[in-house]
Design a protein around this ligand. Structure first.
Ligand code: 3PG
Length: 395
């Protein structure tokens, strides 16, 4: 897929039209409070552009994983409120995304007005990419704009299916993300270093296998690092590992490319149990005490990773390197955030947790590109095609 050839919102006549914009408003919520509105803010340039060009806007999004059930705790209603504050105009909210109520709200929508529809994933047809459901969404508007980069790696009705029924274009966020990520895919400044953390190996196996062929060094830590250390023969005691991925990891570690490019932790911060006030200390990877667990990378690993990061031309980081939400186990992730910010490399950070770690470290403004899509950016960098973007017509 040539990286940057998609028709854009600026390539079509929008004035006087009803425009359906797929956004990714999958924001972290606590009760009905939005804990981080980065993804809402990221959609604003496209929204403002369309409003300025005399359109009426219908916004659609998912929130969380309600698995086709109506879940009041995953309603987009709080997002409508926050968006109205940001735009400083009313945002009409309808508690469904298809049906009579929605049709009525759409037909009374005037130019310059904004409507946000309820969570698409309350309907199981969304994730099944059901064509009838996609057609119902398409029937609401004249033009479809996809600006939901964070969910572009999913072939869902609102990201892929709908493009078969409406003239479709990319919004500014998708353009911005693709521009940054494609520059790395096409010609990364070398050395190209990827840092992968987070809890689970399982959903990143394919990416690890393809990414290692593209990078010069692949640094792995966090819960994911534990599984690799266990596969390398270290006794990780009660650390979080994925036992069913150890065989895969062991085979991977024996490949020539992994021997040359993979860098694993050499020491860890270990604790007696998973708690802020548990007894904890630093130990080498071959010295995890009986019954203890690894919760962060240790200072020698920070030094090792920092040396690699310092010499990098490009850095891609996805996934924290420890339980950074607890102060006692945050230093590894924070130190790497500072090292990435201090490096002269072109840096890309994606994934909710890594982005909030960088935020916590106070270095957001020194990262070249903060991606709104953790899974989407990693899949793209690993060489996958993103169905939500592939479905859009070329210029
Ligand atoms: C994300 O948060 O990564 C995107 O919104 C996609 O969500 P999903 O992983 O539930 O499809």
């Amino acid at each position: 897929m040539p990286c940057l050839d998609k028709k854009s919102v600026t390539d079509v006549e929008v004035a006087g039209k009803k425009v359906l914009v797929r956004v990714d408003f999958n924001v972290p919520l606590k009760a009905d409070k939005i804990k981080d509105d980065t993804r809402i803010l990221a959609a604003v340039p496209t929204i403002r552009y369309l409003l300025k060009h005399n359109t009426s806007l219908i916004l659609i999004s998912h929130l969380g994983r309600p698995k086709g059930q109506r879940r009041p705790d995953l309603s987009l209603a709080p997002v409508a409120k926050r968006l109205a504050e940001i735009l400083d105009i009313p945002v009409v909210f309808v508690d469904d995304c298809i049906g009579e109520k929605v049709n009525q709200a759409v037909s009374s929508l005037k130019s310059g007005e904004v409507l946000l529809l309820e969570n698409l994933r309350f309907h199981p047809e969304e994730e099944k990419n059901d064509p009838e459901f996609a057609k119902k969404l398409a029937d609401l508007a004249d033009i479809y704009v996809n600006d939901a980069f964070g969910v572009a790696h999913r072939a869902h009705a609102s990201t892929e299916g709908i493009t078969h029924f409406l003239p479709s274009v990319a919004g500014f966020l998708i353009e911005k993300e693709m521009k940054a990520l494609c520059s790395v895919i096409d010609s990364p400044r070398r050395p190209y270093v990827a840092i992968i953390g987070g809890a689970k190996v399982s959903n990143k196996i394919m990416i690890i296998e393809s990414l290692i062929k593209k990078v010069d060094k692949l640094l792995i830590g966090g819960g994911m690092g534990n599984t690799f250390l266990a596969a390398a023969g270290y006794n990780m005691q009660t650390s979080l590992i994925e036992p069913d991925k150890i065989d895969w990891a062991r085979e991977f570690l024996q490949t020539d490319i992994a021997k040359e490019r993979l860098v694993l932790p050499v020491d860890l911060v270990v604790a007696a149990f998973f708690s802020a006030d548990a007894e904890h200390r630093v130990c080498p990877v071959d010295g995890v005490p009986d019954g203890w667990q690894a919760l962060d990378i240790g200072p020698a690993t920070v030094d090792l990773f920092t040396t690699v990061v310092n010499s990098a031309g490009t850095i891609v980081w996805n996934g924290p390197l420890g339980a950074f939400e607890i102060k006692a186990y945050a230093e590894g992730t924070m130190a790497i955030a500072r090292a990435v910010a201090d490096a002269t490399a072109f840096s890309i950070i994606g994934g909710g947790d890594s982005v909030s770690a960088v935020h916590k470290a106070g270095v957001m403004d020194r990262i070249s590109h903060i991606s709104t899509g953790g899974g989407a950016s990693l899949e793209l960098l690993g060489g996958e095609i993103l169905p939500g973007i592939a479905a859009l017509p070329s210029k």
